[in-house]
Design a protein around this ligand. Sequence first.
Ligand SMILES: [Zn+2]
Length: 383
Amino acid sequence: MPLFLNDTLSATRKAVPEGPIKLYVCGVTPYDTTHLGHAFTFVHFDTLVRAMRWLAPERQVTYVQNVTDIDDSILQRARTLQMDWRSLGDEQLEQYLADMRDLNVAEPTHLVRATASIPTMLKIIKLLLEREAAYVVDRGSVFFRVRSVPTYGELSKLSREAMLEIASQQDDADVDDPRKEDPLDFALWKGWSGQPDEPCWESPWGSGRPGWHIECSALAYQYLGEQVTIHGGGADLMFPHHESEIAESETAFQKRPFAQIWSHVAMVRKDGEKMSKSLGNMVFVRELLRNYSADAIRLNLLQHHYHEVWEWSPAALDEAARLARHLATATRGPDVSADIARENFAAALSDDLDTPRAMRVLESVGGETLRELGGVLGLALTD
Ligand SMILES: [Zn+2]
């Protein structure tokens, strides 16, 4: 049974193409604690990988996730805390990895730091300059020329006005930078500001540091090649991040599409608003893990399809905790209607990873079958 996933770019459901699967997912910027919105994204992709391996064990899945360990938000936060930016990143990354481990999220095949791929970024920027899709300005910065890509905006389907509005709200907003040809152009390389606490690397255009989007184009290329099968991330990354990754990678390598399937995970809401640092309405994974098992938290997340924007509530988490205990008990019960359950479970997962439907199948089985199918959703099912 082929696995169908929704593709944001074509706005259609696509079968995951034959052959090895190359999955790239945008990871965290380690400057603050993991909240439930992050957990929804990473538990989802962890479940997708488990499901792909269970549905077709012969297919090779390579899962790459980046760590944006150099970024304006890390530098700003380090300055506020009067900390070294590298120590802040290391500390927060440790915490994120511990949170993921405790949620039974398996490590990707390659979890890679952006700062480990500076030479690849420089190589791509050179290619973009050769193709006149980028330009160097004074003080050693390089910008991507958005007008060189007529399809820019095809992923998010936003108007130019809407793109400008969102671009002006980014942490590193530079729409007014007079050195740019077009306010939508974005930095591939940021020339060193001269501030002693700002890290920099050598480049043909002078010392500086990479822009955010080029980090993912470089890591995807370095670990997976010029094209990927599935590119994922939170829905809030669609613009400008993913839109810009497409522009960079397709222009540099002259291969289209950069990703066969674009997969986006919806935002989790609390108090009627998207859970986010700027609004301060976050629920932290670490705090939930004090009172709830990984199974309870995973069931709480997976009872929502990844496309669904949903409102987090403590009552629903309590309900998920009861279900986790019930399922753990049922693993000691009889193994009933195993074949039909396996078929229904596979059908649910193949249908755009319909985890709420897959969870209902779990409630109809017991014994070893329940343990096996629960494992596909990353559940330990122990008391
Ligand atoms: Zn990314």
